[in-house]
Design a protein around this ligand. Structure first.
Ligand SMILES: *Cc1c(COP(=O)(O)O)cnc(C)c1O
Length: 222
């Protein structure tokens, strides 16, 4: 199946209120253009250098989401080309992004990445850390808008109960933040969860944004 056909069938599987980020990491610019040519505008990348390279060569109306772990020494590069950073996993990183956005006189959207999965290897804030950050830090931000949360479920295909519980925890944290520190802030509206293999469960649990890579572009080589 072509990328255009796979994109079409992924889109058909997603309800209309749920946004699709096409995760194009490790795929060549030509693959992104196949999706672009059939209307996809929102792409997700997980490495700073790869994002910068693709953003420089591809059309200006692409909306770039950075979804990978971001080291502070790469913040300048990513703030320079991303529209949204989904992977804010520490106060230090949030403050570095704010400082760099001020310096570049640029406004940027972010999501707070939550760690709810079983694996230690995944990055992110605990729900309580995210709440604390939202209370203490978010009101002082001038160039960064916190638009919501992002989370990944445990990679436990034979324990779907755990996957469902992880998504429920992400959505619950989103709801608590929306009703607490972000009450009245209509920008806080994104609950980003669900990838190729688990997006149906994520949508059932209240996802508003899915990040789909391999179901659109095929397998990546790591
Ligand atoms: C790679 C990646 C995805 C997409 O994963 P697929 O299984 O290829 O759909 C989604 N979210 C994040 C944070 C990723 O790193």
């Amino acid at each position: 199946m072509s990328i255009a056909d796979r994109l079409k069938s992924v889109k058909q599987s997603i309800p209309s209120g749920v946004e699709l980020v096409a995760v194009s990491k490790f795929h060549p610019a030509s693959a992104l253009m196949e999706a672009y040519d059939v209307g996809q505008r929102c792409f997700g990348e997980s490495r700073a250098a790869e994002l910068a390279e693709k953003a420089a060569m591809l059309p200006d109306d692409i909306v770039w989401h950075f979804i990978g772990h971001l080291q502070t020494n790469k913040v300048r590069r990513v703030v320079g080309c991303a529209h949204m950073i989904q992977s804010i996993d520490s106060e230090r990183l949030l403050m570095a992004v704010e400082a760099e956005a001020v310096r570049q006189e640029k406004h940027i959207d972010v999501l707070l990445q939550l760690h709810v999965a079983a694996e230690e290897t995944k990055f992110g804030l605990t729900p309580d850390e995210a709440y604390d950050l939202a209370v203490r830090v978010a009101p002082s931000l001038t160039h960064v808008a916190v638009r919501g949360v992002m989370g990944m479920a445990s990679n436990t295909p034979d324990d779907l109960g755990r996957v469902a519980a992880d998504f429920a925890a992400v959505r619950d944290t989103f709801d608590r933040l929306a009703a607490g520190p972000f009450v009245g802030d209509s920008r806080f509206a994104v609950c980003s969860m669900g990838m190729s293999d688990d997006r149906h469960m994520a949508i059932a649990a209240g996802s508003t944004m899915v990040r789909v890579g391999s179901d659109i572009f095929g397998q990546r080589e790591y």
